[in-house]
Design a protein around this ligand. Structure first.
Ligand SMILES: C[S@@+](CC[C@H](N)C(=O)[O-])C[C@H]1O[C@@H](n2cnc3c(N)ncnc32)[C@H](O)[C@@H]1O
Length: 265
């Protein structure tokens, strides 16, 4: 099946399943130094709030990059994921020493988890795909419900505005032929759902989530991929320090492919 054929599937759940049969999620965060920036930045913020032996729920866990990292650091991790393809990739990495409760499920219905049972809830994926605002709000209200009163929520979005430049870096004809509204610069919501910084803030505010940090988690890393990947380790570490220095500055928040919000209820 091609992306064009998948785009025409009316059922959203099936569309997501089919998308990840084509998209290589397993390598997304770890295939290069540039790809690692999003993971390292996100982990840095999670670790600011992580107590020893915290209970973590990873919603839309993909191929398990975050779940495995935190489980192997001694945390009690549960993971829920919609795509069978990504669950299979995740299971392949599990060793007998890994004790992660991994289930197939949908972020809009977390009824298998009790109220107020997790210290940390990660939501890195469902809001890249749920296109209806009612589903986005349901998913956020479920994430809040399972979060302990003093717990922290980590929520990421794919930002609308930098993606045009990222696409242009791959396709010289993108500004004339790309899939976006030529007046508003709003991208078509497939294969991902895109949010401007303001749309993210509106959604979180309607869901009564108190935001503690807004973070441009990968910044320009994909655009600068070749240059970042060519860096020696010392330069890369200094690039990371620069990225951490700018990633919460308001003038950079739209200049990122992924935008991370740290919040509480
Ligand atoms: C880009 S991947 C991110 C995976 C991982 N969380 C990460 O950050 O590396 C998005 C993931 O969200 C999952 N997903 C999308 N919608 C979902 C939903 N409604 N419920 C559960 N998982 C969902 C997808 O199947 C996919 O594995």
């Amino acid at each position: 099946m091609t992306f064009d054929e998948i785009a025409r599937i009316p059922d959203e759940t099936l569309r997501i399943q089919k998308t990840y049969e084509l998209f290589d999620e397993d390598k997304r965060l770890n295939h290069s130094k540039a790809a690692r920036v999003e993971f390292l930045t996100t982990v840095r913020y999670i670790e600011k709030y992580l107590a020893p032996s915290a209970r973590i729920l990873d919603i839309g866990a993909g191929a398990g990059e975050y779940s495995l990292y935190f489980s192997r650091k001694g945390h009690d991790v549960s993971a829920v994921e919609l795509s069978e393809h990504n669950i299979a990739a995740f299971r392949k990495k599990l060793t007998p020493a890994d004790h992660i409760d991994l289930i197939q499920g949908n972020a809009v219905d977390l009824s298998c988890y009790a109220d107020e049972s997790f210290d940390i809830v990660l939501l890195f994926g469902p809001l890249y795909h749920l296109s209806r605002e009612a589903d986005q709000q349901k998913c956020l209200s479920e994430a809040k419900r399972v979060l302990k009163p003093d717990g922290k929520l980590f929520i990421s979005f794919i930002t609308n505005d930098l993606i045009l430049l990222t696409e242009f870096s791959y396709r010289p004809d993108y500004f004339l032929c790309g899939d976006y509204d030529k007046e508003t610069f709003r991208l078509d919501d497939f294969p991902f759902v895109f949010h401007t910084v303001d749309a993210c803030r509106t959604l979180l505010s309607r869901s009564h989530i108190r935001v503690l940090h807004e973070v441009a988690s990968d910044g320009a890393s994909e655009l600068l991929e070749d240059k970042i990947n060519a860096m020696d380790e010392e330069s890369y570490q200094q690039y990371l320090r620069y990225h951490y220095y700018i990633c919460e500055k308001k003038e950079f928040l739209g200049m990122t492919n992924h935008l991370l919000f740290v919040g509480e209820k």
